[in-house]
Design a protein around this ligand. Sequence first.
Ligand code: GLC
Length: 560
Amino acid sequence: MQAHTPTGRTAGPGENVPRAMARLSGADWWRGAVGYEVYVRSFQDTDGNGVGDLAGVTKRLAYLAALGIDVVWLTPFFASPGFDHGYDVSDYLAVDPMLGTLDDWEQLSATAKQLGLRLFVDIVPNHTSSHHDWFRQAVADPTGPFRDYYVWADPTADGGPPNNWVSHFGGPAWTMDPGGSGQYYCHLFLPEQPDLNWANPKVMEEFAVILRTWCERGADGFRIDVAHGLTKDPELRDNPQLREVHGGMHPMDVFASFQHVHDLHRHETAVLFRQWRDAVADLGAVLVGEMDTRNVDRFAEYVKDQNALHAAFVLQVGLSDWEPETTITTMLEYQTKSNGGAAWEVSNHDQSRAVSRYGGGELGLRRTLALTSLMGAFDGMLFIYQGEELGLFDAEVVGNAEDPMSARNGEGMWSRDVARGPMPWSTDPHRSFTSAPVAWLDTKPLPFELTADYQTDSPHSTWQRYRQLVGLRKRYPALWQSPFELISQGVGHVTIGRDDLRIVANLTDEPIAASELDGADIIFQSASDAVSVVEGVTLVAAEATVVGRIAAPLVAVDVS
Ligand code: GLC
């Protein structure tokens, strides 16, 4: 095998080719894992169509192995008409021709295994595409077996939608049956994304086959899209409305104007997750749900034991604004209640990047690293979103808006496109993402200091800091295996103990004294100035996290 540099260039003489770290093993391997979300369309294009593809992911796997990643979460690459960029699936078992072939998947899976990486497939069970055969048949034959795969309801007396539910992407969550039955179908996202009816056991049967097939093809687990939405109130009652909505509001604000007790976060979903777990138990696949459930007890129910999901993303924490006090308090609540089933992240493909959200520039990056480092000391998986390891901020889109949430709701609406810009690989003018003249999402080129090639070659780059952070859990397994001890909590800062490790996170804007680190061997700091000793007092700088190892406590010897 030819040697490659971390970014996939053929290694030149003398170039250091990093190797993957030891693969985690045992049934609970996932608890100590660090994952990396690849937004496939924007990672690496290899066929020159301007869209990233599976072969591109394969090409860059060595880069992820060098970073120390354990699990790669791949955003949907199934056949799709692409109204929501792959989250509208028309065939769950086929690879979208724009992103590759099944052979490409096999190559990807084989290369991942060689490098000690595991692959999570992003499964989309809340809805299909309206082009899926199930939906086509459901529309064509209202008395046929596929009708009940979807959520249908009669209009209200005045002919309007059956209830007040709204779509995440604007407008009502109901659209009239194109087949002319006079009924409405439910869609919590686009009209082209009809919601499946999980009260129908046939739907679980179909998905069990889909999950098992991907496991047989080499998947190690699944990220479950909109896991919190699978079941709906059987009576389809109105959601309580929290405030008035009006034209021109962003769809996300309209959505947040309702309490989603009847369309999302339902207890029945926990019951379903038992069936999901059963469906893949013998294959050892790990299930991690997308979970926007802000009720910690309900969240805990979804991940509580062997009969539930292994883990779920805590979107409540990772995708918020910079709010140190609330963040720490909420994280501790999840830590206490969720049985190690919290999956942590500060960015993903649906939100403004953390660096921008936390204040931008050096400050935003500093805060991102401080919080991510703290997350790494909590129970549960830690995920990094592509480009975070380079310190990327929100992309400036220079071409058309692609995200349907903004593209369909008028000029100037905030768009998820900002998080989806192409990866900057090399210092050449097109950053080596694609050979096409323009990428599918046209964004302003990033400075060369933010490219992967530049950062993997520089000893003090953001990438190097992430590599240290990602590697910590392997070098010091106490970080996820030893009991979590809350040593102290202040307003915006917290100290945690794990065996002989002390993790001090100071998310405030002033330095704090940290006597727990006195005399400790500092094994990680989220910024180069994070720790200092002034007049004998150990200080942790503002917006920084430090991990130290204290000397083993002296054991008193009885000499009497
Ligand atoms: C999830 C995905 C998002 C998608 C939506 C509908 O929230 O992360 O990108 O648009 O589900 O599938």
